[in-house]
Unconditional design. Structure first.
Length: 321
């Protein structure tokens, strides 16, 4: 099993899995999701063991997923429980599906390719004072590591997000610290001048930033605007590595903003990410090069720390050696 299987991956908004099966793709492989008769989310390879048909083209009957080709049915544990052409036959274990755990957290469903796969932390989830909502998903023609590295990068604010999260007159970065952790690293002491740091900002101000990498494809940002005393944004980036060079992206917002509507908050975050997206999709190579081919400067220390972490962790999906 590849190293990336040690981590759980976000695959779908939990509310999007209803009565019909849903197809998803993770790490270059196809899976089908459905809910059993108790409403528990289930996952298995999107391939019937009989003739290789996509199970996601079928339907769910009493919590069992039915193949669209010959009507074979499988229960939530993956057992083949019915073959219509042989109604008196009891299918052996070899006729079943290899199911995977599908857990729910942060408004998303997470696929665990290994039983002990770790789901990334988002500590702000437990803070009842913060309002939570998700933004996305976005399908992006870029590798997951490219997207995470962009999220960790402060130096692009004055150019990609000019007039919003930065301006060209304040492009210089102050020194900031990188501290390794057991699951990544923390970048602290970051500051940026932002004309509009969040939807409620009415004037420009300095904003203190803290980044934490919590898994290869997840990072958390804390924002504390200087001129909005007590205001706090906690934003988690959750990236599903669909293929080597394509990804699906969600943002989990935990905010002290209880005045804006969901639509207003989502519109602000949508504006920011859709400024990033064309830049991300223009990068070549689409996979993040770990061993060379790009030049660096001292302002790139968070990027350097991220690339070092990926190398040390043995991550190979979405990167170039």
């Amino acid at each position: 099993m590849i190293v990336e299987a040690r981590f759980a991956h976000p695959v779908l908004d939990a509310s999007a899995l209803g009565a019909a099966p849903v197809a998803v793709r993770v790490l270059g492989d196809d899976f089908v999701l459905w809910r059993d008769d108790a409403g528990t989310p289930r996952a298995a390879p999107d391939r019937c063991p009989h003739r290789g048909t996509r199970l996601s083209l079928g339907r769910v009957c009493s919590g069992q997923i039915e193949c669209p080709y010959h009507g074979w049915r499988f229960d939530g544990a993956g057992r083949c429980v019915h073959i219509p052409a042989l109604p008196g036959f009891t299918p052996p274990a070899s006729h079943g599906l290899a199911t995977h755990t599908l857990s729910e957290a942060h408004g998303l469903l997470w696929l665990h390719l290994q039983d002990d796969a770790a789901r990334p932390r988002f500590d702000a989830e437990a803070d009842a004072a913060l309002r939570k909502l998700n933004v996305g998903p976005y399908d992006v023609a870029a590798s997951a590591p490219r997207i995470v590295e962009n999220f960790l990068d402060l130096a692009h604010f004055g150019f990609v997000h000019e007039g919003w999260l930065g301006d060209r007159a304040h492009a210089q970065l102050a020194d900031y610290r990188i501290e390794p952790t057991s699951c990544g690293f923390v970048a602290s002491g970051c500051r940026a001048w932002q004309p509009q740091s969040n939807r409620l900002s009415s004037e420009g101000s300095w904003v203190d930033y803290r980044y934490e990498l919590t898994s290869p494809y997840t990072a958390v940002l804390t924002k504390l605007p200087e001129k909005q005393g007590g205001y706090r944004d906690e934003i988690a980036l959750f990236v599903c590595p669909v293929d080597e060079e394509t990804s699906r992206v969600w943002f989990r917002m935990a905010l002290t903003d209880h005045d804006s509507s969901d639509e207003q908050i989502r519109a602000f975050q949508h504006t920011i990410f859709t400024q990033d997206q064309p830049v991300l999709e223009s990068q070549r190579p689409r996979r993040l090069p770990l061993g060379g081919g790009e030049v660096h400067c001292a302002a790139d220390r968070s990027s350097a720390a991220y690339r070092r972490f990926l190398r040390d962790a043995g991550i190979t999906f979405g990167v170039l050696p």
